[in-house]
Ligand binder design. Structure first.
Ligand code: MG
Ligand code: MG
Length: 252
C-alpha cells in the first residue's frame, strides 16, 4: 500500500477524530484508581467514544474483543480488559485506543501510574513520553522517515532501556494501520522522504529491562520477555509544510 498524503479536508476530519481521542484519554486518566478493573476502563472508554458519535476502531480489529487495550506492568501492548484484573497502587497502566470519526481514524496511547511508584518507574514513563517528543522533531517536510526512528533510539539508549523492536508506529487515515511502518530504533537507511499532509502514529514502546517481547497464549497480550515494566506513548500527528508537526491527539 502506498503512503497517502491527506488533503486539508481530510486533515480537518482527522483533527476532530484526534480531539475526541485526546478528551477520551484525559477522562480515562482522571478515572484510574485502585480497585478498578481493566474491564471498567474499557466500558467507560467505549461509552465515551460512542457518546461522541464515533466508533471504537480497536473493537473487533483482527478479532480484538475490546475498545481499549489495557496493558499492566510487564504487559507492553494489546492487553485484553478483564473483570478479574483489578488495579492496585503502584501499577503501571498503558491505555491504547482509537476512534473513527466520519471515516477517519485517530490512535493514541498513554501510560499512567496508579498512585505512586518507585522513581525508576516514574522516569521510565516520563522518558518514554519524551522520546515521542524527541522523535517528532524530525517529522518535517523534506526530512526522512528514519530520522524519527534514529532520534527516538538516540534519546532512549542513553538510559539503557530496552526499545521494543517487534512492534512499530504506522501511517493512519481511512485505515487504522497504513504505510509506512515507523520503527522506534535506529535504521541503517534514511527511509522515505516525508512531506506535508502525511499523517503518522508515532508510538515508542520502552521496557525498563531488555526490549525483547513475548506473546501470551491469548494471542494478543504482548509482554516483556524479562518481566520488566513497560511504558507506551503515542499520538497521531500530521507533517506540516513548515515547522513542527501538529499533534492531533493532544488538547491545547
Ligand atoms: Mg495505538
Ligand atoms: Mg498505533
Amino acid at each position: 500500500m502506498a503512503v497517502t498524503v491527506k488533503s486539508a479536508r481530510e486533515i480537518d476530519l482527522m483533527r476532530t477524530a484526534g480531539k475526541y481521542l485526546a478528551e477520551l484519554h484525559e477522562k480515562m486518566g482522571e478515572a484510574i484508581r485502585p480497585g478498578m478493573s481493566t474491564m471498567d476502563i474499557d466500558r467507560m472508554g467505549e461509552k465515551i467514544i460512542r457518546s461522541y458519535g464515533c466508533t471504537p476502531n480497536f473493537l473487533h480489529y483482527n478479532g480484538f474483543p475490546a475498545s481499549i487495550c489495557v496493558s499492566v506492568n510487564e504487559e507492553v501492548v494489546h492487553g485484553i480488559p478483564s473483570e478479574h484484573r483489578i488495579l492496585k497502587e503502584g501499577d503501571v497502566v498503558s491505555l491504547d485506543c482509537g476512534l473513527i470519526y466520519k471515516g477517519y481514524h485517530s490512535d493514541a496511547a498513554r501510560t499512567h501510574i496508579v498512585g505512586d511508584a518507585p522513581e525508576e518507574v516514574k522516569l521510565l514513563v516520563e522518558r518514554t513520553k519524551q522520546s515521542f517528543f524527541e522523535g517528532i522533531k524530525k517529522a518535517v517536510d523534506g526530512g526522512h522517515l528514519y530520522d524519527i526512528s534514529n532520534r527516538i533510539d538516540e534519546y532512549i539508549s542513553q538510559f539503557g532501556y530496552g526499545i521494543v523492536r517487534d512492534l512499530v508506529g504506522h501511517g493512519i487515515g481511512t485505515k487504522l494501520h497504513e504505510d509506512p511502518q515507523i520503527p522506534n530504533f535506529a535504521q541503517k537507511k534514511r527511509g522515505l522522504k516525508l512531506c506535508a499532509g502525511m499523517t503518522l502514529a508515532i508510538e515508542p514502546m520502552i521496557n525498563l529491562g531488555r526490549g525483547d517481547v513475548d506473546w501470551l497464549d491469548d494471542d494478543w497480550t504482548v509482554v516483556s520477555s524479562d518481566g520488566s515494566i513497560s511504558a507506551h506513548y503515542e499520538n497521531t500527528i500530521v507533517v506540516n509544510k513548515e515547522g513542527e508537526p501538529e499533534i492531533l491527539t493532544l488538547l491545547d
